[in-house]
Design a protein around this ligand. Structure first.
Ligand code: ZN
Length: 133
């Protein structure tokens, strides 16, 4: 069964730390060992794992993504959000995290971020736990 984690973005581009929500959803399953698969079913959003302790890291990543893929460019897509589609491809739309002893195996400084590139919107992240190991 797939669980869904709801995420509400409030601006056009932002990284939203969903680590707590993922932990909470994992705990409810009672599964203590396996893999947690996270999937973003959107074409203008993504998911990444990076430093959660210092918010300036996320800001730097977003600044560089905006520099690499400017909002205005020689894009053909008529919807006007090509840069959001491109950023989604750059970050990717899935992450797999190991589970051991009932906990997500993340590095000390790592957090899971939902990456909004075309907000504000109501979004969701699909979560499937593969038990075993
Ligand atoms: Zn589009």
């Amino acid at each position: 069964m797939i669980k869904h984690i709801n995420v509400k973005s409030s601006v056009r581009t932002e990284f939203i730390d969903i680590t707590g929500k993922v932990r909470e959803a994992l705990q409810k399953t009672g599964i203590t060992s396996g893999i947690c698969c996270l999937f973003v079913p959107h074409t203008t959003a993504g998911i990444t794992i990076n430093e959660g302790a210092d918010p300036s890291v996320q800001r730097d990543i977003q600044t560089m993504l905006n520099r690499l893929v400017p909002f205005d460019g020689d894009y053909h897509h008529s919807e006007g959000n090509s840069e959001a589609h491109i950023k989604s491809t750059l970050t990717g739309t899935s992450q797999n995290i190991l589970i051991d002893e009932g906990r997500l195996v993340l590095g000390r400084w790592q957090s899971i971020f939902f990456c909004e590139f075309d907000g504000p919107r109501q979004r969701r992240v699909g979560m499937k736990i593969i038990s075993g190991g």
